[in-house]
Design a protein. Structure first.
Length: 249
């Protein structure tokens, strides 16, 4: 019987092939993690094999093509296990989910974990192609990142869920790599997700065609920019002052 504060990964389907890599995405800046891993699972034709269950998880399910699904799911393909989280994890449960996930991956022989997310770019409208910034626990991987012409972070601080993934990975002897792409702070950013996936493919992770994501990103960027311009014009118009005679009529 599951205690009120426990977390477990419920397997709903078997999977014969055991990939040596995993990709984790969590809702964050620009929803980069959720968008990129959902896209990756779809385009790799990954099989849904499980979900996380706990009394502390929000009472909600998501719908895809009319089918109710758990919000935090695990997929598997020949290339990688993929964790897709479509809603934020309760802070009290985040560490338990990550420890449970990392333990599950370790038992299955995973040797490398990639975490995908976003980093705030306040000038995002002026950025044509979002850059990705990468940190890894493995020196050889760090050199391959530099060789690929990507941004390997040398100094700084990692906080939140990805710091927990990095910590648990190191404990378990698993290489951990975090990819953060410049993203809008408050709207979904598929283009940033495409940049994260492109960086992933250049450093040994799964490879998928991201043109559809780029197109979605451009459309969202254009629509948002148009709305912002209209809002600005309306604001300027409403703030105008008019010179009127002292008496009129």
């Amino acid at each position: 019987m599951m205690s009120a504060r426990s977390i477990r990964l419920v397997e709903v389907a078997g999977f014969d092939v055991r990939p040596s890599a995993a990709v984790i995405g969590l809702p964050d800046v620009g929803l980069v993690g959720s968008i990129s891993t959902s896209y990756l699972a779809t385009h790799l034709k990954a099989k849904e094999i499980g979900y996380f269950d706990s009394d502390l998880l929000p009472a909600l399910m998501v719908l895809h093509e009319g089918v109710p699904k758990e919000a935090t799911r695990v997929y598997a393909s020949e290339e990688a296990y993929i964790l897709v989280a479509e809603t934020p994890l309760p802070p009290a449960l985040t560490a338990s989910v990550i420890k449970s996930m990392m333990g599950w991956l370790s038992v299955r022989g995973v040797r490398e974990v990639y975490s995908l997310g976003g980093i705030v770019a306040n000038n995002r409208f002026e950025i044509d192609k979002p850059e990705s910034f990468i940190v890894t626990s493995n020196q050889a991987k760090r050199e391959s990142i530099k060789a690929a012409g990507l941004n390997a972070m040398e100094e700084g601080v990692i906080v939140g869920p990805f710091a927990l993934v990095m910590r648990e990975s190191i404990k378990l002897g698993i290489t951990s790599t975090v990819i953060l792409s410049q993203a809008f702070p408050d709207i979904p950013d598929p283009e940033a997700a495409s940049s994260a996936l492109e960086a992933l493919s250049k450093i040994g992770g799964p490879r998928v065609d991201v043109e559809a994501l780029k197109q979605m990103g451009n459309e969202i960027k254009l629509r948002t920019k148009e709305l912002a311009q209209k809002a600005k014009a309306y604001s300027e118009e409403s703030e105008k002052t008019y010179d009127l005679p002292l008496m009129y009529g």
